[in-house]
Design a protein around this ligand. Structure first.
Ligand code: ADP
Length: 310
């Protein structure tokens, strides 16, 4: 099995004010993956990302990046990561070209090579015509793209984007996703935090949902979506049922002799189900919708993050 791009084991962080931001986070991101880290405001996402890029010192636990332990092989580990933080944190009085070249310098890239790369990535992010303009005058979207160019100048194998499209208009968002998808296709592992479900859904192959410092779900996007597309009903029967008749075409589970459970695609009319059950000698007395745990989770997350943003 190949080494994971990112491996977090039992990571905990308690801030000085006593806030337990991370309560034992473990996750693994495979090489080449496009991974979403989703959760409401205050869930612990930034603390987790801060720990990966060493801005936050965890209280305990470990982080490995392409097999390098962050605590023991810090330089090797950090050399594999590029981070696009939430806040614009470059010197707005410098020119994009210089920002990129200087960043390359932090990673020990020779100046001549740094200049070649600065041009290459500024071109790729459609910023070359602004390369020698004072950054402060760039539009919001351009500044975001500059942050991406800066994060990839050392050609990291893992790119982490922390809410990079928060407050960015849809056009810019799309062009950013296109670029990030391309570099992912070319082999870079991408981890993205977002609270736009749609964004995670369209881009990411795997997902972890963080809430109150814990991972509450960690699965593939496909599995998650397939669960969200279905709903489950619990059927109370008028008389005990020993066996589910074969004639019933839908997926039924017998919870006990008086109770069945059925999964159906969302929005399905249930008349046919009742007719089939009735034909098989089963009478339903009452039915209730068993709320989908994942959907509930999603709704909660979104409502809470919207509430917090309002
Ligand atoms: P998210 O990125 O998911 O919004 P954060 O990691 O920023 O979540 O925050 C997790 C929890 O830790 C929150 O309760 C937040 O108030 C708290 N927190 C974050 N940074 C600090 C800090 N520097 N000092 C104290 N508490 C913090």
């Amino acid at each position: 099995m190949s080494t994971a791009a990112l491996e977090v084991a039992d990571l905990r962080k308690t801030y000085d004010n006593g806030v337990e931001a991370l309560k034992g986070i473990s996750l693994s991101v495979a090489q080449g993956d496009f991974f979403a880290l989703l959760g409401p405001n205050g869930a612990g996402k930034s603390t987790l990302i801060g720990s990966i890029c060493t801005l936050v010192t965890p209280s305990s636990g470990s982080i490995r990046i392409f097999g390098h332990d962050l605590a023991r092989e810090r330089e090797a580990a950090l050399g594999c990561v590029g981070v696009v933080p939430q806040e614009l944190n470059f010197n707005q009085f410098e020119r994009p070209f210089d920002i990129i070249v200087n960043q390359a310098g932090f990673y020990g890239i020779a100046r001549a090579e740094a200049k070649v790369r600065a041009e290459k990535y500024l071109r790729q992010l459609s910023l070359w015509d602004k390369a020698f303009t004072i950054s402060r005058t760039l539009s919001g979207g351009m500044k975001r793209r500059l942050m991406i160019a800066r994060a990839i100048v050392h050609e990291p194998r893992l790119l982490i984007l922390d809410e990079p499209t928060a407050g960015v208009d849809i056009e810019i968002r799309r062009s950013m996703w296109q670029f990030v998808s391309e570099i992912n296709r070319a082999g870079t592992t991408v981890v993205l935090t977002t609270h736009y479900l749609e964004e995670a859904e369209q881009l990411c192959r795997n997902i972890a949902i963080v809430d109150k410092g814990l991972i509450v779900e960690n699965t593939s996007m496909r599995t998650l979506l397939s669960q969200l597309d279905r709903e489950t009903f619990v059927l109370d029967l008028a008389a005990p049922c020993q066996q589910i008749p074969d004639s019933v075409g839908v997926h039924l589970r017998r919870l006990d002799e008086n109770t069945l459970e059925v999964d159906v695609p969302k929005g399905t009319a249930l008349n046919q189900l009742f007719a089939d059950l009735s034909a098989g000698g089963i009478q339903v007395r009452s039915l209730r919708n068993k709320s989908n745990r994942l959907e509930e989770l999603f709704l909660n997350l979104v409502e809470r993050s919207q509430g917090a943003a309002a």
